[in-house]
Design a binder for this molecule. Structure first.
Ligand SMILES: NC(=O)c1ccc[n+]([C@@H]2O[C@H](COP(=O)([O-])OP(=O)(O)OC[C@H]3O[C@@H](n4cnc5c(N)ncnc54)[C@H](OP(=O)(O)O)[C@@H]3O)[C@@H](O)[C@H]2O)c1
Length: 355
């Protein structure tokens, strides 16, 4: 491995250091264009070799845990001892229809399936998602994970998309939470309302997705008309709705144009400015940047070396204020049944027959 020194690091727990940029693998789950598994393994190896040694996936990302299992084997073959630095973060996302009856055996079955798919004895990080807090059982589910942690199946426990009230309940029940994965970007500042203060108080870190708005926060969208059919890319479909929440395409263009001015000063990309800014925010441990290939690897390295000065940070804060603030707490809009965000989500993706 070479040139790893320039990638900033954060420690999630003793023995669990990761780069502050995690490679997001939802983009390999289908619905993001055609991706050949052999090509995907090559590009994942390229990221690993450059020092991006942490990868994010989920039990419900179709085929991705299996793919990362093969990638792990390839890493061991190619990089030998250095492959011990590899960290794969997965999620536990029980089906909405099964929340009311979830048992420890159900949780164990999903976790053991992730272990098999990834080809490991212990999962580095399990991030729990709960579709509906009107259905009790989330505290118990977190404790089932803690029991599996005690039994040696899991290194660290985390959550994703849990609002502040329920997260506090989970942490106060005695769960040793290392992180919460959440949407947080120059377009979506909901975490700043109550989640960031809770993270500071309870001592967990935020791992943030959506920092590139699925690819919209990039030079290629500056000065172009709003895409009429982003539906060939699920990530763009998702974030086109976030752009709708902050205003309209004209408002988004104003944001891109100010980000471009700052990017110009540093000779970097709009994505670099938008993502680096998120790394400067309190309680943000790392960002999770989705990648469909290694196309943006060199650019991501430039972001790691970028230093934003006070003037830049002030200007970006001004940009952020151009958009309307998203209402409610984290993932609140997404939980509104029949709302525009919930309508595009699939909430029953577990395949019980595979356990
Ligand atoms: N917990 C959850 O509910 C949840 C939800 C969503 C995502 N996630 C996680 O977060 C990860 C990130 O996904 P996301 O949907 O939020 O997407 P994102 O990271 O905001 O955007 C990813 C897209 O940005 C573009 N991009 C990345 N680096 C770039 C660069 N340097 N220059 C220009 N464009 C760049 C690429 O688009 P092109 O390929 O089109 O260029 C890429 O596919 C996922 O893979 C997943 O692991 C979690």
């Amino acid at each position: 491995m070479n040139n790893t020194a320039s990638i900033p690091q954060v420690t999630l727990s003793p023995g669990h250091p990761i780069p502050r940029v995690i490679v997001g693998c939802w983009q390999l789950a289908g619905g993001h264009g055609t991706i050949r598994p052999s090509d995907a393994i090559e590009h994942l190896c390229a990221f690993f070799e450059r020092g991006f040694t942490a990868f994010d996936c989920a039990d419900i990302y179709t085929g991705v845990e299996e793919l990362l299992g093969k990638f792990r084997t390839e890493c061991e073959t190619r990089f030998g001892k250095a492959s011990e630095r590899l960290r794969i973060h997965t999620k536990f996302v029980p089906d909405a229809d099964t929340l009311a009856s979830l048992s420890k055996n159900d949780v164990r079955a999903v976790i053991h399936r992730s272990l098999r798919r990834l080809g490991v004895d212990r999962l580095d990080l399990v991030q729990m998602h709960w579709w509906d807090f009107g259905i009790p059982g989330y505290v118990e589910a977190a404790h089932y994970l803690a029991e599996l942690q005690e039994e040696g199946d899991i290194c660290d426990i985390a959550t994703t998309n849990v609002d502040t009230v329920h997260l506090k309940e989970i942490v106060d029940s005695g769960i040793r939470l290392v992180s919460q994965q959440v949407q947080y970007s120059v377009l979506d500042r909901r975490p700043e309302k109550t989640l960031v203060p809770l993270a500071r108080e309870k001592g967990f870190t935020l791992l943030c997705y959506g920092t590139a708005a699925g690819g919209f926060l990039a030079d290629k969208y500056l000065g172009v008309a709003e895409p009429t059919d982003p539906d060939d890319n699920r990530s763009l479909t998702k974030y086109s709705r976030v752009i709708g929440e902050i205003g309209d395409w004209a408002c988004f263009q104003r944001i891109l144009s100010v980000l471009r001015d700052i990017a110009e000063k540093h000779q970097v990309s709009i994505t670099n400015i938008a993502t680096r800014y998120m790394l400067e925010q309190p309680q943000v441990g790392a960002i999770i940047l989705g990648m469909r290939s290694a196309e943006h690897l060199a650019d991501t390295c430039r972001m790691c070396e970028l230093v934003l000065d006070d003037q830049d940070l002030r200007a970006i804060r001004g940009v952020v204020a151009l958009g309307k603030e998203l209402e409610g707490d984290v993932y609140g809009l997404e939980r509104q049944k029949q709302g525009i965000h919930a309508r595009i989500m699939k909430t029953n993706l577990q395949r019980p027959s595979e356990r």
